[in-house]
Design a protein around this ligand. Sequence first.
Ligand code: MG
Length: 267
Amino acid sequence: MRYTICLLLFTSMVFPACLKNVQNKRFKAATNPVVAHRGAWKTKGLPENSIASLRAAITLGCVGSEFDVRMTADDSLIINHDPAWHNLSIEKSRYAEITQFPLSNGEKLPTLREYLLAGAHQNPHTYLVCEIKPSETSKERGQRIAARVLALVHELHLEKRVVYISFDYDILKKILELAPQVHTQYLEGDRNPAQLKADGVRGADFHHSVYRDHPDWVSIAQQNHILLNAWTVNEKSDMEWLMNAGFDYITTNEPEMALDLWEKIKN
Ligand code: MG
C-alpha cells in the first residue's frame, strides 16, 4: 500500500514535467515558409478551421497552421472565423447553442482545448498559429479572451508551439504584458516594422499588397529582425515574389502549391 502511494506521488510529480519536455523540447519547426490558412482544407474539400484541416496541414509538413479563436457568451473558447455560426452571434450565444450545428464533415465545432490537443499530437514541426479575433462587444472583452487563451496554452505546456496573431494591436500588447517571451505577429498593415520592434511584437503579418505599397518595410523588418509573413497568398506569382524576397512565412489557402514552389525555389 505504502509502495503504491509513493509510486502515485512520484508519477503525479514527474509525468507533467515529462509531458512538458515532450511537447516543447522535441519540437523543430519545418524548414519551409508555408502556413496553411485555416488548415489545409481546399484540396481535400474539408471545412476551414476544422481539426481535419489542421491535421492535413501537419501531414503536409507546413511550418504553421493558422486558425481563428472566438469566445461564446458563456466564455467557451471556440474555433471559427466569422462572428456568427448558423446565424447565431457567437459572442451572444451559449456554447450548447453554437455546437448544435456541426461542421460540414460531421465534426463538432472545436473548442480551443480540443484544437490545441489535436494539433500537439504527433506533430513534430507545425506551429499552431492562433488568431485571436477582436471582440465585437468591447476592447476589454478582446483582452480577456487573450488572457484566457494564454492561460490555456500555459496549462497544456504548449507555449513554444503557439504563435499569436491579431488585427487588434491591444490584444497583442495584452499578451506581451502577460507573457513577454511569446511570439506575436500583427495582422493590420498600418504600422512600420520598426514600431513592432519597439513594442516587442516579433512579426509583421500583413496582407501581401501592403509590402507592394511599402517596399522599404521588407528591408526595415529584416534589419530589425522582425519576422516577415504575408496573407493570404494564393497566386503563384505572389508566392514566388515573397519567397525570393526572403519572407519567413507565407500564409496561403494553397499550401500544396506553395510547398511545391518552395522545393523548386530553395534549390
Ligand atoms: Mg484568421
